[in-house]
Structures are given as structure tokens and as C-alpha cells.
Design a protein around this ligand. Structure first.
Ligand SMILES: [Zn+2]
Length: 454
């Protein structure tokens, strides 16, 4: 950004002057335009000169070297995952997705997490997301033994940071029905208490068809209906789940859940890699929301999700990091490139589509349909990205410019609900050094075996 604030009083009115505004993936590029914000919402998008002429007592933020666009939405995240980045284990990692979970991830990570590890990881993750231009996310905490109140600890960290989020605790019967039901109850309580108006909301959440029985899935569905909240699950992340589901129930996962009356537009299914055309058709028919994780699907050897086929059927997948490589630009490039390679067709997944997945589609997927676009009446969740090098910015190349030729270091401004979270290289809502130091201590505790069960 060129300058600092000028004029400033009236904290509830702010003008952000931009080099250009891209209001959404389908919008046209508007050069020399900016955004007028009142409180938490956008009230106008228009030429900088016009906004300045009617500024009155509004605070003016001069970002005329930045492209303003909707913030990125991380449609599926595990903040706790950063405690296990580059897992410090001796010897070879277990082979296969199921062995990876049962021999390593569950006993060494998920089952050892406690409240202070979880809160510290969330705080650092929020700092990283703010710097990367994420303005909203859906987080799935996988910590079955961490006890009650952990979502409140996460919410505290997210609220301090200032991001928009849907939070949930993954429930399964992996540690027995009682532990699973407690997690369902925890989600229900949290979702009820949070309601549907705040920046941080709750969601019901179950794991998979191989860790949840029919009765448990029904209970999760009923609980979500009681709380009036959305419902998340991991679906067919690799060939393992369909194989297990066929063995146990004689049908593939999408059809098994369908028999239980599970699917509708309140359900967010993440991963969705090992699915057939028939399953995609059913998901589309039921208007299920999808979160796509191009990078982590490769990490676990799960395969490449048939995202172009889903889009063709009318599904609108968001994009997520899965707590793995938490960089929106790398994830967008993964989505842009992988499907072209898999289909041997350079026309699939154009940059505009990827941009939509990372913004409006992602916002709808995680239950904030009002976010993801810069327009009057919408939440003021926006980012500013360096307009500097490269070919001249045009309506035709702006999506490519943002998705392919910028990186997280080019994000210079992050605003959520009208509040500036990041500018001039500083995350303004937290003491970032202290937050990172606290997380380093928690990582050390986890790997010294001093968490739960340690
Ligand atoms: Zn996940």
C-alpha cells in the first residue's frame, strides 16, 4: 500500500481506494475503483474519484497499488494439522491411507491433542490465513479425547484474530459410541449458542462410513436439524472407503448415506475423490455442498477428485487446504493444473472457475452465502493484492494474474467484516510473535508425548 490512513474519524465508515476492483469471479474488472464500507458491510463499489468526492468523514485507506477482490475462503481446514507438519517420526511412514490413520495419525496426533495445543494451533493458523488472504474458513477439529469446551477455545482464538469461520469437532465411534455422542452433543451445543448471525458459527460433523454406524449417522443428522446448523463429513477420500462400504453395507458410500436420508443442501462433503458418475449425479440431485482439496488428496495417494464432472452436473465445489499446505495460491494452482493433466485437456478448470471456487462457491459451501463477492449489502470481506509486475491488467487476464502469477507475499491487505486485520506487513489483531512462540511450545509438548494419554 502506498500510504497510511488519512482523514480518519468515524470508524464505521471506510473507503478503500484500489488500483482495480474485481467484485467476484464472474464480475468485470473495474480499473481505478474502490469500495465504501459502513460498519461490517459494503455500501458501494465505484470509481475512486467519486468515492473520495463524497467521503465526508469516512476514513480513507489508499490502496491504489492493489487489486481489490473478495477474500479467499478455505472450505476445509484442520488448524491443528500444523502441529504435525513434517511429522517427526523415525523410519518409514505407514503405507496406505487406512494404515496412515490407524498406525500414525490417530494415536500419535489426534488422540493426544488437548485444549492448549488446539487453541495455540488455531491462533497461529489464523495469523497464516490472514497473511495469505483467507477471510473465511471451515475448520474440522479431530480430537476425540480433548474433552468438552474445545470449540470455545478455538472460537476465542478466531474471534481475537477477526476471521469468519464455521467450527466443528469431528464425531465418530472410533473410541466407542459414548465418546462419539459426546462430540455430537458438543457440536450441537456450540452451534446453538453461536446461532447464525455471528462471525464464528458452529456446524455438526461426523467422520466417515467406516467409523460411524447407521444409528450414529442418523443421530448426527437429527442433531443438526435440532440445532438448525449445517453438517460436515469426509467422503471417499481414497478407494478405501468405497471398498469398506461395499463390504459392510453392499453399496457405495453416497448411496448408503442416501438410504439414510442424509443428503440435502445443508450437508458439506469434503474430499469426494473416489466417487462414480452415478454417485456424482446423486450428490448433484441432492444439492450437496462440496469442498475440494487438490493437494492433500495427492498427499495421501487418494487420487484426483472428478471436479470438472461435478461442475458439469451443477455442483459448486469450494477449495480447501485440509490443514496440509495452507497456501491459497498453491491450492488454486493445484486445482487449475491437476485436472488439466488428468483430463489431458487444457480447457478444463479455467482460472475464472478456480477463482469462483476460492471465493463465492467456497463461501456458500461453508454456510456463509452472503460472503464471497464485493457488492452493496455484502459483508466487507476483501483483500488487496499487489498490482505490480507482469503484463498489464485486463478484464481478460485478471483471473490468470491472480490465480497463477501472484503468491501469498503479494497479499498486502486483509479486511473482514469491515475490520482491517492485516496491512503494511503487520497482522494488527494479535501479537504474532507471542502467538508463534506459544505454538512452538505446544508442538514440543505434543511430540514429547505430553498431551492426552501421554
Ligand atoms: Zn480433512
Amino acid at each position: 500500500m502506498r500510504g497510511s490512513l488519512s482523514g480518519g474519524k468515524a470508524m464505521d465508515r471506510r473507503i478503500v481506494l484500489g488500483a482495480a476492483v474485481l467484485a467476484g469471479a464472474d464480475a468485470s474488472l473495474r480499473l481505478d475503483c474502490g469500495v465504501l464500507i459502513e460498519g461490517a458491510r459494503i455500501v458501494a463499489v465505484g470509481p475512486n474519484a467519486q468515492l473520495t468526492a463524497h467521503a465526508g468523514d469516512a476514513e480513507i485507506l489508499d490502496a491504489r497499488d492493489l487489486i481489490l477482490c473478495p477474500g479467499w475462503v478455505n472450505a476445509h481446514h484442520h488448524a491443528y494439522g500444523l502441529l504435525a507438519h513434517g511429522i517427526p517420526i523415525a523410519g518409514d511412514a505407514p503405507r496406505g491411507f487406512d494404515r496412515f490413520l490407524s498406525d500414525l495419525w490417530w494415536p500419535r496426533v489426534e488422540d493426544r491433542l488437548d485444549g492448549s495445543m488446539i487453541e495455540a494451533a488455531m491462533a497461529v493458523s489464523c495469523a497464516d490465513m490472514i497473511r495469505s488472504g483467507f477471510t473465511a474458513f471451515c475448520d474440522v477439529l479431530e480430537a476425540p479425547l480433548a474433552g468438552t469446551g474445545v470449540l470455545d477455545l478455538e472460537a476465542r482464538a478466531v474471534e481475537r484474530a477477526g476471521l469468519r469461520a464455521a467450527l466443528c469437532l469431528e464425531a465418530s465411534e472410533r473410541h466407542g459410541a459414548e465418546v462419539g455422542r459426546q462430540a455430537l452433543w458438543e457440536n450441537e451445543r456450540f452451534a446453538r449458542e453461536r446461532g447464525r448471525d455471528g462471525l464464528v458459527r458452529g456446524m455438526q460433523c461426523l467422520h466417515t462410513s467406516f467409523t460411524c454406524s447407521e444409528g450414529f449417522v442418523r443421530a448426527a443428522k437429527e442433531s443438526a436439524a435440532r440445532a438448525g446448523c449445517d453438517l460436515h463429513l469426509h467422503l471417499s477420500e481414497s478407494a478405501y472407503e468405497p471398498k469398506e462400504c461395499l463390504r459392510r453395507h453392499g453399496v457405495r458410500p453416497v448411496h448408503w448415506y442416501d438410504q439414510l436420508g442424509f443428503w440435502d443442501e445443508t450437508v458439506l462433503a469434503s474430499q469426494v475423490v473416489a466417487v462414480t458418475d452415478d454417485e456424482i449425479a446423486r450428490l448433484a440431485e441432492r444439492r450437496v455442498r462440496i469442498a475440494h482439496m487438490p493437494l492433500s488428496n495427492c498427499e495421501v495417494g487418494g487420487g484426483i477428485a472428478p471436479i470438472p464432472q461435478m461442475i458439469e452436473r451443477g455442483l459448486e465445489p469450494g477449495l480447501g487446504t485440509d490443514g496440509y499446505i495452507n497456501d491459497p495460491f498453491e491450492v488454486m494452482r493445484g486445482a487449475f493444473l491437476l485436472h488439466k493433466g488428468a483430463a489431458r485437456d487444457a480447457s478444463v478448470m479455467p482460472a475464472r472457475t478456480v477463482l469462483g471456487m476460492a471465493t463465492a462457491w467456497g463461501a456458500r459451501a461453508i454456510g456463509f452465502p452472503e460472503a464471497g463477492a464485493l457488492a452493496p449489502g455484502h459483508p466487507a470481506d476483501l483483500i488487496g493484492i499487489d498490482d505490480a509486475p507482469g503484463t498489464p491488467l485486463t478484464a481478460d487476464n485478471v483471473a490468470d494474474q491472480l490465480v497463477l502469477f501472484r503468491g501469498r507475499g503479494d497479499v498486502k491487505l486483509t479486511i473482514v467484516a469491515g475490520r482491517v486485520l492485516f496491512r503494511n506487513g503487520v497482522v494488527e489483531t494479535m501479537d504474532e510473535g507471542a502467538v508463534r512462540a506459544a505454538a512452538r511450545l505446544e508442538v514440543a509438548r505434543l511430540w514429547a508425548g505430553r498431551g492426552r494419554g501421554g
